[in-house]
Design a protein around this ligand. Structure first.
Ligand SMILES: Cc1ncc(COP(=O)(O)O)c(C=O)c1O
Length: 470
């Protein structure tokens, strides 16, 4: 299916069985039968029927540019030929689809492909543990591994963090609304300030704000009356994803590495969303040159199928057999699609492509700020971009940041959908539009994304000024 990004088919049915009425009926049944915790389905009342590359076609025949990519999962977009071919080959080979954690040629090939991508200084002495197939299980595994290795219990984690929804990962995450209804969830987590320049926890921003975060972290950990018992690990994201595409400065990451090393605190880097080229380095830690003690990986490593691993320095391998087990740790198809994806990203230089296209998109978004004052901040790294929407009439704070505009953000998301563009929100007050296109996005698609986003923001915030271009 070749689809021009701007092409829309209105309400034409896909074929006889896929009609607007059918889509409405499916949506209605979903609303009636699924839990009230359903998420994306609320923001995007569409019924994806087919997808190729960056384009999703709904059951009602409308086409959308998908800038969510399964929350950063689809590095190669939907149904990339190298992925579908790997899946067909594996299905045709008679390989068992489910093998618990037994050795298979597919797992062996995946491990080879994964280890070939690891940062230098990490791969030589790394161990991999295959986890239950979600990022959150790999986060739990990382915590348990380090708790076992250190004999300590607590964790150090950051404001704005997102690590998943199971107990430990949720405790380490920053979002208050998901934790508040779960009594006692956040016990044993020391919350540290993440360097978020626009809404700096110290009210200063920039390099100085990041430096203060380092100083505070170091002094708190050393303060005999600071109330912090040495933690089993520190966990951080090099670029916070759900937190609103907030990149940590490289110097700050190097500070965290030094601070944790000097105090024998294992450093876990959560690369679930940042991995596989998305930030313009294969793994986001590579920008800073740090070597963590453990890396948590999921999303793109499975090429669109569920897969999650924990990779860590062999010195921490003090687990007993079965210490972190689970039924679905040997998904043969995910190993095959994951291997194909990892290799393709490397062979096609898609990491560099993400850096180049991401920089261009960020530049154009920055240029829009004059015409669209509701854009308070544009930030990110590679193809992990955040556009924070604010109230331009309100007084700025000491860093120049204006209050978040959550209602406007919701309207912009809906206006984007009307224009055939899928973008999700995140960050503080859910006011940041997050762009997570596949790494294979074409120049034309990138332009179309920005045109539609700019038009949506203009339509919501300045209806007379529609059609704004950089
Ligand atoms: C950085 C990070 N860690 C962990 C997770 C949890 O992954 P999953 O949703 O597969 O459990 C996510 C999901 O968005 C994430 O972005």
């Amino acid at each position: 299916m070749t689809v021009h990004p701007a092409e829309r088919t209105g309400t034409e049915p896909l074929d006889a069985g896929r009609t607007v009425g059918l889509a409405d009926a499916i949506l209605e049944r979903q609303r009636a039968r699924e839990s009230s915790a359903r998420t994306y389905a609320r923001s995007f009342p569409i019924v994806p029927a087919r997808a190729q590359g960056m384009t999703i076609e709904g059951a009602d025949g409308r086409r959308y540019l998908d800038c969510l990519s399964g929350a950063g999962t689809l590095a190669l977009g939907h149904n990339h030929p190298v992925v579908t071919e790997a899946l067909r080959r594996t299905l045709g080979s008679g390989a068992p689809l489910h093998v618990l954690d037994l050795a298979t040629p597919e797992k062996d090939a995946f491990t080879d492909a994964l280890f070939a991508t690891l940062p230098s200084g990490f791969a030589d002495r790394a161990r991999v543990h295959f986890c239950g197939p979600a990022g959150t299980d790999a986060v739990e595994a990382a915590f348990k591994l380090m708790q076992t290795a250190t004999g300590r219990r607590g964790l150090a984690a950051f404001t704005g963090a997102y690590h998943g929804m199971t107990a430990g990962a949720l405790a380490a995450s920053g979002g208050v609304t998901t934790k508040q209804p779960v009594p006692g969830i956040a016990a044993d987590v020391t919350r540290l300030p993440y360097p978020y320049s626009y809404r700096c926890p110290f009210g200063v921003g920039g390099e100085r704000g990041a430096r203060l975060s380092s100083v505070y972290t170091e002094r708190l950990l050393d303060d005999p009356n600071g109330g912090v018992v040495p933690p089993a690990a520190m966990i951080l994201e090099a670029v916070q994803g759900e937190g609103g595409a907030v990149p940590a400065p490289d110097a700050w990451l190097r500070d965290m590495r030094r601070i944790t090393s000097e105090r024998d605190i294992p450093l876990i880097v959560d690369e679930v969303q940042t991995g596989v080229g998305r930030t313009g380095a294969f793994w986001a830690v590579e920008h800073s040159g740090i070597v963590p003690d453990a890396m948590v990986m999921s999303k793109a490593i499975g090429g669109g199928l569920p897969l999650a691993v924990l990779v860590y320095h062999e010195d921490y391998d003090g687990w007993l057999p079965g210490a972190h087990t689970g039924t679905f740790r040997g998904n043969t198809l995910a190993m095959a699609s994951g291997t194909a994806t990892l290799r393709h990203v490397v062979e096609e230089g898609l990491t560099d492509r993400a850096a180049v296209v991401g920089a261009r998109m960020t530049e154009r978004l920055n240029a829009l700020r004059g015409a669209l004052p509701a854009i308070g901040d544009v930030r990110g790294r590679g193809l992990m971009i955040g556009v924070e929407l604010v109230d331009p009439e309100a007084e700025p704070d000491s860093c120049g940041a204006r209050p978040a505009a959550p209602q406007v953000a919701v309207q912009v998301r809906a206006a984007c959908l009307e224009r055939g563009l899928i973008v999700e929100l995140g960050g503080r007050y859910d006011s940041t539009v997050r762009l997570l296109p596949p790494l294979v996005i074409t120049d034309e698609e990138a332009e179309a994304v920005l045109d539609r986003l700019a038009d949506a923001i203009a339509a919501v915030t300045a209806p007379q000024g529609r059609g704004v271009r950089a």
